[in-house]
Design a protein around this ligand. Structure first.
Ligand code: NAG
Ligand code: NAG
Ligand code: NAG
Ligand code: NAG
Ligand code: NAG
Ligand code: NAG
Length: 803
């Protein structure tokens, strides 16, 4: 979204502790005072007495009826007002303005005009950026974060500082390492991104039946959510950006005019699965179409995709355009001939609301010109207001309704801040650790130097789509808790590091210190919305800084990498003077503390990379090439661990621990027989052959996949003397090369906690139709017959699929 808040959060590392303590308690004291001072009537809401006698205000009536009733009271110009994110209200019906655009990617974010931090609530918990949270591979953590954010969001709504409709999660596949918004996503793998989407949406919308340990709301609220056939929502989450969106600005390409040329095959098994899961299993109540075109048609005009979401995936909710993505249909994509054609295209395709004003100003004209009917607008309204009804927006005073007791006391709570720390710890990835250099014993460290442009700026902890943190602790503050004698110098003037003018100072500090930690990498000046990178190397002279410090320091270095996008750190990987490398990404407000706990062994790292770290040579591939699959004839190496044919710097799923783990396969089937599940019984009709003679079946020609599902039972042993959390990943690969098949693919994962020298048993469910298949050139998922290999760590198990 091109909206930019002019708010800049930045404060520097402070050396004086008392000041820090005062500042720490200040917001707390202020919020207590203000809670008493703020009148409850500050919130505007519909169905306020005496304007509560309309049938749409009667909460005993079914939502569908109330929605139709409301629409029937509106004139056409009033209806059109609803088609804009900044809805100005219908005073004669007592309906106040409503801002549809609020953001909550990893905490309440200032990016949407629906959010304000200048009311009773001055800050909110900033969890790690999504890519880091994904690195934990921990589903219950994702769920808990989303429900904590939801509690804070509802509290902010109650104090008039947020809306009820939020535009997260961002679940586009992190296809290219240069992408400026890859940090916002759960990574490059469709199964991982799908799992994340489901947990986020369930946690955020407050709709999960199985997990009753949601922080912050009680059984009473849960019962309310079950009314109206379980359609009630605590908040609305939005699966974005639909679809094949993952380029900001690169070379001559801009997201506003980009035409993503995508094969049906890649669409089916890479780009669409996270959206399908987000809707089918997460039951998201919003879908956002993106700026780009897909094969020549702008995403917000793609009736086929938008209708597929409703008809095939069971989507019930509203579809919004990305901000100004209706305008781009005409102005940047040149797909529509006029502005009103763009509006007609979008509404006819199934878009219900425009972030921006294009529908507001052009819909009446489109109807006049016969390009649209009033019924098209009514359909959009029905989808829009139904979501507001599901949210309780028309149920009167929000403070008296469900979730009405949530307020400033529920924001930045100890629990939420503790969860932010827990999430940061779980997401840290140990990439290299020569001779078990880490963890350090704090008693052996007489002095510590922390060097680098990212060492002490708290703003760098948060990443894109952030708000004001409860309290952000930078790396120096975190490490100082362990070692009194620390020195901090930046080495570079900023992350871009264009000058070496302050290197000398850094070298002096490094020479004089017992241990040295370098904090280098990326920040939002290098990668962000509207900005892709052009190189995968460390920015500017950062690499020189690392090498020069390595040359003078007493001991091997610890390198801490910040930022979301992968960095080609081959030089450090191979340098014996660099003992350890940690990726902290954008670890959120508790990042400093989390890093210190990992460095000094109070937490045993278990995070794993949610994406491939490519070498710099990857930048020879044009970023606009959407193909996932390698193509040797044009020296195209493929993308992501599923298809990349060259050697990465660090592979997807890489991540070390302070202990070692081993596996034993306890039970896995050796053979699966499809015969009983084929639609025409014993008929061989559904069997096909690839050109190379490999037999396969289309998975939609099987009667049931559930009954073919099986579990892989695994015993995991912790072979070391530290407790730890370990991510078990099960992959599958075909035993013979089949055209278009991935090199391997993730079929399941689970994070388990294992005591030192202990063992635990776990199982991972495998649905062959979903997990052992891939898409053919027509976008149809196929399951090959013959041998499949299941891979768990070093173990390989052969599974024969026969008829
Ligand atoms: C609300 O609707 C119910 C069910 O139709 C009806 O019994 C009740 O009288 C209505 N309440 C008001 C205030 O109109
Ligand atoms: C929303 O609309 C109102 C009334 O037209 C206007 O005053 C306000 O500036 C708009 N807000 C945004 C964020 O566009
Ligand atoms: C808070 O910020 C919003 C938007 O920037 C503004 O409209 C409003 O007047 C501010 N409120 C206070 C109390 O400053
Ligand atoms: C950008 O456009 C210019 C002029 O048309 C062309 O020379 C150049 O090769 C293009 N660059 C890329 C990366 O496509
Ligand atoms: C900084 O760079 C200049 C030019 O490359 C070089 O001459 C100088 O030695 C460098 N200084 C340090 C401290 O690395
Ligand atoms: C997963 O996250 C939850 C929630 O923070 C935590 O309680 C649990 O210990 C984590 N699991 C593992 C194995 O780390």
């Amino acid at each position: 979204m091109p909206f930019h808040s002019n708010f800049r959060f930045r404060f520097r590392f402070r050396c004086s502790r008392p000041l820090f303590l005062i500042l720490y308690f200040l917001p707390f004291v202020l919020s207590l005072l203000q809670l008493r001072l703020t009148p409850a009537s500050a919130i505007q809401f519909p169905c306020k007495p005496p304007q509560n006698s309309y049938p749409f205000c009667n909460s005993s009536l079914p939502i569908s009826f109330r929605a139709r009733s409301l629409i029937s009271l509106l004139t056409l110009p009033e209806k059109i007002q609803f088609l804009c994110n900044n809805f100005t209200g219908i005073p004669r019906l007592g309906i106040p303005p409503y801002q549809w655009w609020s953001e909550s990617l990893h905490g309440i974010a200032t990016n949407g005009p629906g959010i304000s931090f200048n009311g009773t609530i001055k800050s909110a918990t900033m969890f790690p950026q999504v890519l880091n949270t994904a690195a934990s591979f921990n589903r219950s953590l994702w769920f808990r974060i989303a429900s904590a954010v939801a509690v804070e969001a509802r509290a902010m709504y109650n104090s008039g500082q947020a809306g009820l409709t939020f535009w997260a999660p961002n679940i586009n596949i992190f296809r290219d390492p240069r992408w400026g918004r890859g940090q916002e996503t759960p990574g490059e793998d469709p199964l991982l991104a799908s799992a994340y989407a489901v947990e986020y949406v369930k946690g955020f919308q407050g709709q999960d039946e199985s997990d009753s340990v949601v922080i912050g709301y009680a059984d009473r609220d849960r019962r309310v959510l079950e009314e109206d056939g379980g359609t009630r929502l605590m908040l609305s989450a939005c699966c974005k950006h639909f679809t094949a969106y993952d380029l900001e600005k690169w070379g001559n390409y801009s997201r506003y005019s980009f035409n993503a040329v995508v094969t049906e095959q890649d669409m089916a098994d890479t780009y669409q699965p996270p959206f399908k899961s987000c809707i089918q299993h997460g039951k998201a109540s919003c879908l956002m179409c993106s700026y780009n075109s897909i094969n020549g048609i702008p995403a917000c005009s793609r009736a086929d995709f938008l209708q597929q979401a409703r008809k095939d995936w069971g989507f019930s909710g509203y579809i919004t355009s990305d901000c100004d993505a209706v305008a781009t249909i005409y102005e940047y994509q040149f797909y529509a001939k006029t502005a009103y054609d763009a509006v007609a295209d979008a509404l006819k395709a199934g878009v219900d609301i425009n972030c921006g004003t294009y529908m507001l100003y052009n819909t009446a004209f489109a109807i006049e010109k016969g390009r649209l009917q009033e019924e098209d607008v009514d359909r959009a309204l029905q989808n829009l207001v139904t979501v507001l009804f599901r949210l309780g927006f028309f149920d009167g005073d929000p403070l008296k309704g469900n979730f009405g007791r949530l307020g400033s006391q529920d924001v930045c709570t100890k629990e939420h801040q503790g969860l932010a720390l827990e999430a940061a710890r779980q997401g840290i990835v140990l990439l290299k650790n020569d001779k078990k250099f880490l963890p350090l014993n704090k008693n052996d460290v007489s002095s510590l130097a922390i060097i680098g442009p990212g060492a002490s700026t708290s703003s760098q902890l948060l990443g894109g789509y952030s708000g004001i943190p409860c309290r952000a602790k930078n790396y120096v503050e975190g490490l100082q808790k362990y070692i009194k004698k620390t020195s901090c110098v930046h080495g570079c003037l900023d992350v871009a590091c264009e000058s070496n003018s302050t290197f000398d100072e850094a070298l002096l500090v490094a020479e004089a210190s017992d241990y040295v930690i370098l904090v280098v990498g990326l920040d939002l000046t290098q990668e962000t919305e509207d900005r892709d990178r052009v190189t995968l190397l460390l920015p500017g002279k950062q690499m020189e800084l690392v090498s020069m410090v390595a040359a003078v320091s007493k001991r091997p270095l610890i390198v801490v990498l910040t930022g979301g996008g992968p960095v080609d750190v081959s030089f450090a990987k191979g340098d014996p003077r660099i003992a350890s490398i940690l990726w902290v990404g954008y670890p959120g407000e508790a990042g400093g503390e989390a890093l210190a706990q990992v460095v000094f062994g109070d937490y045993n790292p278990g995070g794993r990379l949610p994406m491939t770290w490519y070498p710099e040579s990857f930048t020879k591939i044009p970023m606009n090439d959407m193909n996932m699959r390698a193509n040797p004839s044009r020296r195209y190496p493929g993308r992501t661990y599923r298809f990349y044919t060259e050697e990465p710097v660090y592979h997807f799923g890489h991540g070390l621990s302070y202990t070692d783990y081993t596996y034993k396969l306890l039970s896995v089937p050796n053979q699966l027989s499809l015969l009983r599940f084929m639609k025409s019984g014993a008929g061989k009709r559904e069997l096909y052959q690839t050109e190379a003679g490999v037999e396969y079946i289309a998975t939609d020609e099987l009667l049931s996949c559930e009954m073919l599902s099986f579990s892989v039972q695994i015993s995991v042993m912790n072979m070391g003397h530290m407790d730890g959390s370990h991510v078990v990943m099960v992959y599958s690969k075909a035993s013979r090369a089949v055209d278009g098949a991935p090199e391997k693919q993730l079929v399941g994962f689970s994070r388990v906690h294992i005591r030192a020298f202990g063992a635990t048993e776990m199982s991972i469910e495998v649905d062959p139709c979903e997990h052992l298949s891939f898409a053919n050139e027509h976008g149809q998922r196929i399951l090959t017959l013959g041998e499949h290999i299941l891979v768990v760590g070093d173990l390989e198990h052969s599974l024969l699929i026969a008829t």
